[in-house]
Design a protein around this ligand. Sequence first.
Ligand code: NDP
Length: 259
Amino acid sequence: MTEQSQRFSLAGKVVLITGASSGIGAHLAQVAATAGARVVLAARRVERLAELAARLADQGGEALAVPLDVTDRASVEAAFDAAQARFGVVDVVLNNAGIGQGQRALELSEDDWRAMLATNLDGVWRVAQCAAQRLVQADRPGSIVNIASMLGLRVGMGYSHYCTAKAGVVQLSKALALELARKRIRVNAIAPGYFITEMTGGYFDSEQGRKYVHDAIPMRRLGELSELDGPFLLLASEAGAFMTGSVLAVDGGQLVNNL
Ligand code: NDP
């Protein structure tokens, strides 16, 4: 390994990933393991996590599956306890768990609004705070990577609750970066554009979806999950040692599309 590529290594790090049971989280769990991390896979669907943990172990990695509901403080604490008991203090958190059901503003119920904010904003805060408290207590440096969205920086029809939560994640990332810098904990965010996962479903296979991609995304294509690897490793590893409070757009240029 060259000195340069070594800076992107996660060897010796404990990385906890929320929402590791599918999509972006499951993909980046594989990336973290390949980069040498001991990986803690956390989500509600534990059977999926167990399968992924077994796959990573087959490849020579070390992974632990833990049940986690980010809306529940006791569940978050228990997941960090389990991680710590097996691997030691969590060094890196990928705060990725999220929901994305769209609903027009006029039809949005109290429950829809609350569920969105509870998972996509409160959950990110709760996991970040728990991670940071444990790092400070152990007097260790760390990195928190929050998955926001380009919809935290712009808005989209039918997503007032999602956009509000993700804008909160952007601001939370910056505010935590400020407060935690002297504790040697970096906090950054990634703002993805569109990637095919269970969240985006089959929309992009439809005629309407294809037209949207053509018209709205300057690169005229969706993202490949592997195109998140570099941004994640940069923020998680020593390669990003002087970065905190950053928001990296990974969106094929959608945030700079023509107005
Ligand atoms: P998926 O639906 O594939 O994954 C979402 C993950 O979040 C699942 O693993 C799910 O696990 C987990 N999750 C949901 N609620 C909870 C909860 N209460 N506690 C713990 N885990 C939970 O979607 P993506 O991979 O696409 O989404 C990942 C993140 O990326 C989200 O934050 C999303 O907003 C963001 N994003 C995605 C984009 C895309 O185009 N795909 C674009 C921009 C941002 P389980 O149900 O097992 O708990």
